[in-house]
Ligand binder design. Structure first.
Ligand code: G3P
Ligand code: CA
Length: 377
């Protein structure tokens, strides 16, 4: 075979494979296209426990504020009461965010699921906020109640001008066998699982009326699998962090052994065991039908929501290459909004929906104070 032929054939084959490679890359939907296809705003504003910087977390004041500011999603941690009612609460027990110690002193350390919904409704879930944050305190926060999922749905549906979606985490789901099924039943009974046209989805004002109106999230692999079984059509996010039950760390050193000055410094030094370990979790999320991951972030100011940096550019790039989105938790400062956006995330969980909306050049029409006042707080 003449050498020139071989050379030309090689060149042709290189050109063809390069062209084909480019065509394949071009046909892979990027994260913006993926989010659009799923009717999920991009980048998404996820109001973490409501607008919980400005009002007591997971209460009507926080969720109505997030809704009326224009957040895309109301985030909540789902639990189930002793008598089977689904409600929103982050912590395993009621001590930090309610007056359980004075109302039920002998049961103050009990898990929240040891209380009936009627008992939970007797608790004051607002006064703790006034005491903890006097500069943001409001008399009307005192006496706010723990909310059922049903009540949060009412809030999500309650503003004719802006309908946010729901971003629901099964919290410690092993404590609540069957909660994935209960959630499906309730969403179904409220019409939140009915198929809808994609037209409204493109309208930022109507996330809660489009196909991306519910996103389900969990740290637990088993719960992701059950959510997928119960609600295969609903978008799901696998939450990620470095530590027990999630990504294996490079160092097994405990906080006490590490000598770190605080938990944030300890977590910031935590890294996945290796690249393959991170990739394994992303691959698992995809294999189970998740549409993305919810990784932690290390915050510039530290604090109790600062964890391992799982939104490094290579991590986001790998996740995007698998056709998945990245929604990072939980970020409140502009310097960190910028940092994670530069790193390539597709949405942010924030306690400060008003600030994130400003950052995304989608400022709310009214101030936080005005909205709170309009809602009677
Ligand atoms: O759900 C995302 C983020 O909220 C996870 O952290 O502990 O606030 O539920 P956590
Ligand atoms: Ca959560």
């Amino acid at each position: 075979m003449p050498a020139t032929f071989t050379k030309n054939a090689l060149l042709l084959s290189l050109l063809l494979s390069f062209g084909l490679g480019q065509a394949q890359a071009a046909s892979e939907p990027g994260p913006t296209a993926l989010a659009t296809r799923l009717s999920i705003p991009h980048p998404a504003v996820i109001a973490h426990r409501g607008a919980s910087f400005d009002a007591p977390e997971s209460t009507a004041a926080a969720y109505k504020l997030a809704r009326d500011l224009g957040a895309d999603y109301l985030e909540m941690d789902l639990q189930r009461s002793k008598d089977g009612v689904l409600f929103a609460l982050h912590d395993n027990n009621l001590q930090r965010t309610t007056d359980v110690a004075s109302k039920f002193p002998e049961r103050k350390d009990s898990p929240a699921n040891a209380f009936t919904m009627a008992e939970l409704k007797t608790l004051d879930a607002g006064s703790w906020f006034n005491a903890a944050y006097p500069d943001r305190a409001r008399p009307a926060f005192a006496g706010l109640k723990i909310l059922t999922l049903d009540e949060i749905i009412d809030i999500a549906e309650g503003n004719p001008l802006h309908k946010p979606g729901l971003y629901i985490e099964t919290k410690e789901p092993k404590q609540f066998p069957g909660i994935e099924h209960d959630l499906k039943e309730q969403l179904q009974s409220r019409g939140w699982l009915s198929p809808v046209g994609s037209q409204t989805a493109k309208n930022e004002q109507a996330v809660g009326q489009g196909p991306g109106k519910v996103i389900l999230q969990t740290f637990e692999k088993s719960s992701l699998e059950l959510l997928q079984k119960e609600m295969p059509q609903v978008p799901k996010i696998l939450l990620l962090w470095v530590g027990e039950g999630s990504i294996e760390p490079k160092s097994k050193m405990t906080f006490a052994e590490s000598g770190a000055k605080d938990k944030a410094a300890y977590y910031a030094a935590q890294q996945p065991k290796d690249k393959a370990e991170f990739q394994r979790w992303v691959d698992y999320a995809k294999a189970q039908g998740a549409i993305g991951t919810g990784p932690s972030a290390a915050l510039t100011q530290g604090g109790d929501q600062s964890y391992s940096d799982l939104v490094q550019p290579w991590m986001n790039q790998y996740t995007h290459e698998q056709g998945l989105l990245v929604h990072v938790y939980t970020i409140d400062d502009a310097v960190d909004y910028q940092k994670v956006m530069d790193a390539g995330v597709d949405g942010i969980f924030t306690n400060r929906a008003s600030e994130l909306l400003k950052f995304y050049k989608r400022p709310a029409a009214a101030s936080v104070a005005q909205v709170l006042q309009n809602n009677g707080y």
